[in-house]
Design a protein around this ligand. Structure first.
Ligand SMILES: [Zn+2]
Length: 77
């Protein structure tokens, strides 16, 4: 049972991965990485978001997902 929503989401992706792994001769390979999500807004319009940027740095490869960014649990490969 997942402890937080991020772990729950990751677990559902891994279940999907395992579903195809058991059924396909050549299943898709999955890789889980980290991206930085930046939320922006102007104070003059309150907390309403004026924009949102997803930043895939590291030449589009992302970063290793070693720990859950929500609860801190170590992510097993
Ligand atoms: Zn977590």
């Amino acid at each position: 049972m997942a402890e937080c929503k991020f772990c729950e989401s990751l677990e559902s992706h891994k279940q999907c991965e395992n579903f195809w792994l058991e059924r396909e001769k050549e299943p898709f390979k999955y890789e889980y990485t980290v991206a930085l999500v930046v939320k922006q807004w102007l104070p003059s319009i309150g907390k309403k978001r004026a924009g949102r940027t997803t930043d895939y740095r590291n030449q589009g490869l992302g970063y290793k997902l070693n720990f859950c960014p929500e609860c801190g649990k170590e992510i097993k490969k």
